[in-house]
Design a protein around this ligand. Structure first.
Ligand SMILES: *Cc1c(COP(=O)(O)O)cnc(C)c1O
Length: 381
């Protein structure tokens, strides 16, 4: 019989019978679109991260789109974004008619957007900066916010790699004008598809609420509850509503988040201890002390390591790996940005490798990943 090795996947769900019960109870309630589960999730989420308004939406990309749209960003405007991110960060800018302008990351140690490069990329058209807290590590928000203040720019946080990361005692997503979260299947809080948009600005929250549901003054839930009979449409909105089944999943996932993030933290420390003396491997964010969500575990490979062969060697041992990220400015659809020079982003895009990270892993799994990695580094050509 073939020797079947255990598969160590990149990310995994932490669902158990609590999620099953929560979904079943929604099904039996016979109300499945935006309703009380969504409202409870919004309330619990805003309490957890410490913000006054949280609105559940279809996904993280919709949250980003609503953030830019609610700030009236559009045609002729520019938004500075990192290139080292998932493409949705830049695409959401484009949905409004505005142009994403790519900035480099700070260094090979700090893979978050560089405040110095942000300042270099500001033009008369710049309206906002959208930061990405890579792997959950907070960007240099003090510097970024002081630049924003100086040039009168909005700051939007793409906090898809959170929630649960702290910067000066406050959670990411609550540090600027608007925060955006994703509840995609591989995120720390997973509902399949889903997202949350948060702000302390109540006027903005009201606008976002309209934009989430066609610009309508009432939602079906209110009409169902007999609180409203008619409605007006105030602005061109979208249908970015969330639903009860996923909200119920989200509430259970939120209750597990702190524990799960702590487990990620212990796994992260174990990786770091085992890897810090390994030749040909550099670990970014080594000396950061904040409590962070550890959404992913990224390493940088020395330039002479053949990453494709290394990934194949790990895969043949049942270990799944990934790349975060192929830089957005080098994608075909951002052709105009190809000439942009982002030296650190380029190096990270070419040499980053993401190792498995999720709360169901154990120390022995981390040890196996590191053993196979070390062996493969020594043996691939
Ligand atoms: C996942 C992710 C998104 C998009 O979220 P979806 O819920 O998949 O739409 C945006 N930005 C970053 C950095 C992400 O990781």
């Amino acid at each position: 019989m073939a020797n079947i090795k255990p598969k160590i996947v990149l990310s995994d769900l932490t669902y158990d019978n609590q999620e099953e019960r929560a979904v079943l109870s929604v099904l039996r309630s016979r109300w499945i679109s935006l309703g009380q589960e969504c409202q409870k999730l919004e309330k619990e989420f805003s309490a957890y991260i410490g913000v006054s308004n949280a609105l559940a939406v279809t996904n993280g990309t919709a949250a980003l789109h609503l953030a830019f749209a609610s700030l009236n960003i559009g045609q002729g405007d520019e938004v500075i974004v990192p290139s080292l991110t998932f493409v949705a960060t830049a695409n959401a800018v484009r949905y409004t008619g505005a142009t994403p302008v790519f900035a480099d990351v700070s260094s090979l140690d700090d893979l978050t957007i560089s405040s110095k490069d942000i300042e270099r990329k500001i033009t008369k058209r710049t309206k906002a900066i959208c930061v990405v807290h890579y792997a959950g590590y907070p960007c240099n928000m003090d510097a970024i916010k002081s630049i924003a203040k100086k040039f009168k720019l909005y700051v939007i946080e793409d906090a898809a790699h959170g929630p649960g990361s702290y910067y000066n005692g406050k959670q990411i997503g609550t540090l600027a004008d608007i925060g955006c979260f994703s509840f995609y299947a591989n995120k720390n809080l997973a509902t399949g598809e889903g997202g949350m948009i948060v702000t302390d600005n109540t006027d903005l929250a009201t606008r976002i609420k309209y934009l989430r549901s066609h610009g309508m003054t009432t939602i079906a839930w209110d009409r169902h509850k007999g609180r409203a009979y008619n409605y007006d449409v105030l602005m061109l909105g979208y249908n970015y509503r969330f639903d009860e089944i996923r909200a119920a999943l989200g509430r259970i996932q939120l209750a597990k988040l702190t524990k799960n993030n702590k487990k990620r933290g212990r796994l992260n420390t174990h990786y770091v201890n085992l890897l810090k003396t390994v030749k040909k491997v550099k670990i970014p964010f080594l000396n950061r002390k904040e409590i962070v969500s550890h959404h992913i575990f990224p390493i940088l490979l020395e330039s002479n390591v053949n990453r494709i062969k290394l990934m194949a060697a790990l895969a043949s041992e049942g270990i799944q790996t990934s790349i975060h990220y192929p830089p957005v400015h080098s994608m075909s659809i951002y052709l105009d940005s190809h000439k942009t020079e982002l030296p650190f982003t380029q190096i990270v895009g070419e040499h980053e490798l993401t190792l498995p990270m999720h709360p169901r892993l154990e120390f022995k799994d981390i040890e196996r990943v590191v053993d196979v990695l070390k062996y493969s580094l020594d043996n691939i050509q």
